[in-house]
Design a protein around this ligand. Structure first.
Ligand code: NAI
Length: 269
């Protein structure tokens, strides 16, 4: 049985993923702010270092897989923190754990992006560029400036919407750029992203102003399957990417969103 690190393990999609892996007999090293084996704030450089060190210490330096799931929603008031937690957190964690994944010869890594990256019109390309350049300080400043320019209604309900969608776009691009580099691909470490849509978790309930508790057909984005997702619906696909048998997919971004992205951008491919 394998050893897997899962961030965001205390709630929602991360908790469902940890449960699925444990039920399959694996050892899970959960990371979260609270209620996890390793408690660390992935929004800070010190917290990321502590998380990587803690995982390496518990695992003995060898990992079968990493699922970087922890994140915050667009309702967070500090758009700079959204960039730090949703982009710089998973990137530092995955980079830091790459050698432990390479040590098995068949490591697997998954990052959680979002269909907001392709369906929210407020994505800021310059902000994505700053993130991909690794400039956290400038990215935080730019995210806060974008926040200040939002129309009042949006600023009240989703103050970090630009940072949220852009952090998830940048993360998907980072996965695509990184997965094909020799340090990952030729070391047998496969790296993929999942882009969920509306999934019933505390994050979604906090971010959608109660829309999740109303009729699915009144949701702001189309939901072709007529249902919201459950955390287990995403955990299933995370698990597939983490399996050793998942041998030929790397740099993929898989929409698991009930059809929202396909409905909104049928020709966006
Ligand atoms: P959730 O709120 O249920 O779980 C997120 C977990 O991340 C929480 O346990 C939280 O404590 C942890 N976390 C937040 N900030 C952290 C930090 N600084 N350091 C360490 N841990 C931190 O939310 P959910 O929905 O399970 O979200 C998981 C991921 O899925 C997130 O990256 C989110 O952006 C993404 N996502 C969720 C969607 C949804 O509709 N629920 C849609 C698209 C993407």
């Amino acid at each position: 049985m394998g050893t897997f690190a899962v961030t965001g393990a205390a709630s929602g999609i991360g908790a469902a993923t940890a449960r699925l892996l444990e039920d399959a007999g694996h050892t899970v090293i959960g990371v979260d702010l609270r209620n996890a084996r390793i408690e660390a704030d992935l929004g800070t450089a010190a917290g990321r270092r502590a998380a990587v060190d803690g995982i390496l210490s518990v695992s003995g330096g060898t990992l079968d897989g990493v699922a970087a799931i922890a994140g915050v929603g667009p309702d967070l008031k500090d758009a700079g923190a959204v960039m730090s937690i949703n982009y710089f957190g998973p990137v530092a964690l995955l980079d830091g754990l790459r050698p432990a994944l390479a040590a098995t010869g068949a490591g697997r890594a998954v990052a959680i992006s979002s269909n907001s990256a392709s369906t929210v019109p407020l994505v800021d390309e310059e902000l994505a560029g700053l993130a991909l350049a690794g400039d956290e300080h400038a990215a935080r400043d730019r995210a806060r400036a974008a926040q200040a320019g939002l129309p009042p209604e949006l600023a009240a309900s989703a103050p970090s919407i630009t940072a949220y969608a852009t952090s998830k776009l940048a993360l998907a691009r980072w996965v695509r750029r990184t997965a094909v580099t020799p340090a990952w691909a030729r070391e047998g470490v496969l790296l993929n992203a999942i882009a969920p849509g509306a999934v019933l978790t505390p994050l979604m309930r906090g971010s959608t102003d109660g829309a999740a508790d109303r009729d699915v057909d009144e949701f702001p984005t189309p939901m072709p399957l007529g249902v919201f997702g459950e955390p287990e619906d995403i955990a299933f696909w995370v698990h597939q990417f983490l399996r050793p048998e998942a041998r030929f997919a790397t740099g993929a971004v898989l929409f698991v969103d009930g059809g929202t992205d396909a409905a909104m951008r049928p020709d966006g491919y």
